[in-house]
Design a protein around this ligand. Structure first.
Ligand SMILES: Nc1ncnc2c1ncn2[C@@H]1O[C@H](COP(=O)(O)OP(=O)(O)OP(=O)(O)O)[C@@H](O)[C@H]1O
Length: 262
């Protein structure tokens, strides 16, 4: 089957079932969000889907090819990229250089090329630099290309993190709380960026607490609670589901639960 698939996925830490028997599929070409209250298992799931954690049981496949059990770089090479909740930015490097670091999977020249700077190595580096500039432009950071990351505002760093992940040319991009700490204008910019990415053919898996963003950009939403699927569907269906409302607010009388934390 085409897309990302999890079958019977579980991860246990000591006695804690962080993710329990999850099965779902993400077809290519959509924005799939994963939401749930604190401790629901969202980050654990992202770590499973990128090979950082091995599942205690179950399997992960991309386009029918099983990835679970492989090291994390094999997930990346298969086309699964991600951003991190805590920025993975090199603060002593420029924005451009940061994006270039995301390209390492595609670099063809080895140690010798680096040491003697062969013509092939120089061509690769020029191509890498040009792509990094394009990506900075795509995320709206062209003006910061030569700025040191430590001089960039937080909202720009969140987009730099996305540009770095895009340098690996992922087919599926997992975004871990891309709007955390952003103001409404910056969050709207992230929403626009997610839509453009999806239109350009990158499948998005979004973990986010900002419900305005989630409800605005998602084609499908998977709601987790205590490591299990509580609900799934489009924004309308999920936001009206009494089980979701109860999980967020602890009361079935509340009607706007998923919006409450945005
Ligand atoms: N490395 C770990 N060791 C032990 N327990 C863990 C570990 N990682 C997660 N857990 C536990 O697994 C459960 C799910 O945690 P997880 O961080 O995946 O949830 P989350 O939905 O991402 O939460 P949040 O929204 O607060 O980030 C929690 O009970 C958490 O304490």
């Amino acid at each position: 089957m085409s897309g990302l698939q999890a079958s019977g996925l579980s991860r246990v830490f000591g006695g804690i079932h962080a993710v329990q028997d999850l099965s779902f599929a993400v077809p290519h070409g959509i924005v799939q969000s994963i939401i749930g209250p604190n401790g629901a298992g969202k980050t654990t799931l992202l770590n499973l889907l990128t090979g950082i954690y091995r599942p205690s049981s179950g399997a992960i496949a991309l386009d029918g090819r099983t990835l679970s059990g492989l090291p994390t770089h094999r997930f990346a090479a298969a086309g699964i990229g991600r951003t991190f909740q805590n920025l993975q930015v090199f603060f002593n490097m420029s924005a451009l250089e940061n994006v270039m670091t995301g390209r390492h999977l595609h670099e063809r020249c080895g140690l010798l090329g680096n040491l003697v700077r062969t013509p092939a190595r120089r061509r690769d580096e020029q191509a890498c630099r040009a792509l990094a500039r394009e990506l900075l432009e795509f995320v709206g950071l062209a003006a910061y290309a030569d700025a040191n990351a430590d001089a960039m505002p937080y909202g720009a760093l969140k987009r730099l993190e996305i540009a770095r992940a895009l340098a690996g040319e992922p087919r599926i991009l997992l975004l871990d709380e891309p709007a955390a700490g952003l103001n409404p204008t910056e969050s709207a910019e992230i929403a626009g960026l997610i839509r453009r990415l999806c239109r350009n053919g990158t499948t998005i898996v979004l973990v986010e607490h900002n419900m305005k963003l989630v409800m605005g950009v998602s084609d499908r939403i998977l709601v987790l609670d205590h490591g299990r699927v509580l609900s799934e569907g489009d924004a309308d269906r999920v936001s009206r589901d009494p089980r979701v409302i109860e999980a967020y607010l602890g009361s079935v009388e509340a009607t706007e639960a998923p919006h409450a934390r945005g």
